[in-house]
Design a binder for this molecule. Structure first.
Ligand code: COA
Length: 263
């Protein structure tokens, strides 16, 4: 079981919400290669785990979500190993973005560099008031390498993304909320609870519809508009064959809450 052989990541499943904590508090949860692999293994296993209906990603300790890639490791990279590291991080973060169940980042402090990229790969982000978010790579002579240049430009638009990436400045939770980088800001210490609450609301909806929605939005953003609409219509049609659709419509007509079988 992947969940059992983890050193740098803690996993707790509470009533079908998995809380994944990156847990290297001494280095503010910086992502070394082993931690990135452990995150990848947990998501690979959770994908088909019926006990997991949603994932909340957070950082261990009070101070930090993830303070970036581990600079001790990065300092040793050659052009070849640097490219490999970037590609591996990209693959694992893409597997989070394409995860078929909702993934919510609970940003409980610093989300810098790879930490900001990890949060952006999640489907939604809840920030605690004390969150500090940024992509400081240019202050180290590199650029974001885990999909950050692509995801931030898609999330914020080109000008704001270039400002964040080229200055390397950190922004606080209120500013992140204002520019649409996070979905919501909550008091310090409450990010995980708020993310769990959001996860539970989404889990009460049709799982097959939520899965199709994630797929339509993710894939659609990489397609021309008409191709995205074609995908939407195809998924819409597919859902009309689902048990969830029958139950959802029946429950509405019978004026009772739906109990989705997730099929
Ligand atoms: N990689 C490796 N170690 C890191 C780290 C990282 N990304 N971020 C923090 N740490 C370590 C620090 O070296 C320090 O270790 P030490 O106790 O052995 O000296 C420890 O974590 C605590 O960090 P510290 O800098 O003392 O805390 P702070 O509250 O003064 O500052 C930050 C917090 C996040 C602003 C600061 O640690 C920082 O700028 N980190 C790097 C962020 C970054 O550039 N990330 C992108 C990498 S691509």
């Amino acid at each position: 079981m992947a969940y059992e052989k983890l050193e740098n990541v803690k996993v707790e499943i509470r009533d079908r919400v998995m809380v994944l904590s990156v847990d290297r508090p001494k280095v503010l949860n910086a992502l070394n290669a082993q931690t990135v692999e452990e995150i990848g293994r947990v998501f690979a296993e959770a994908r088909d785990d019926q006990n997991v209906g949603a994932v909340v990603v957070t950082g261990g300790g009070e101070k930090s979500f993830v303070a970036g890639a581990d600079i001790n490791e990065l300092a040793q990279k050659s052009p070849i190993t640097g490219k490999e590291t970037s590609e591996r991080g990209q693959q694992i973060l893409s597997s989070i973005e394409r995860f078929p169940k909702p993934v919510i980042a609970a940003i409980n402090g610093f989300a810098l560099g790879g930490g900001c990229e990890l949060a952006m790969a999640c489907h939604m982000r809840i920030a605690a008031e004390n969150a500090q978010i940024g992509l400081p790579e240019v202050t180290l002579g590199i650029i974001p390498g885990y999909g950050g240049t692509q995801r931030m430009a898609r999330l914020l638009g080109k000008a704001k993304a270039l400002e964040m990436i080229c200055t390397g400045d950190r922004i606080n939770a209120a500013e992140a909320d204002r520019i649409g980088l996070v979905n919501k800001v909550v008091p310090a210490g409450q990010a995980v609870a708020a993310a769990e609450e959001l996860a539970r609301k989404i889990m009460s909806r049709s799982p097959v519809a939520v899965r199709a929605a994630i797929e339509a939005v993710n894939s659609g953003l990489d397609m021309p508009f008409e191709a995205g609409q074609f995908l939407e219509a195809t998924l819409f049609g597919l859902l009309c064959a689902s048990e969830d659709m029958k139950e959802g419509m029946k429950a509405f007509l019978e004026k009772r809450p739906a109990k989705f079988p997730g099929k």
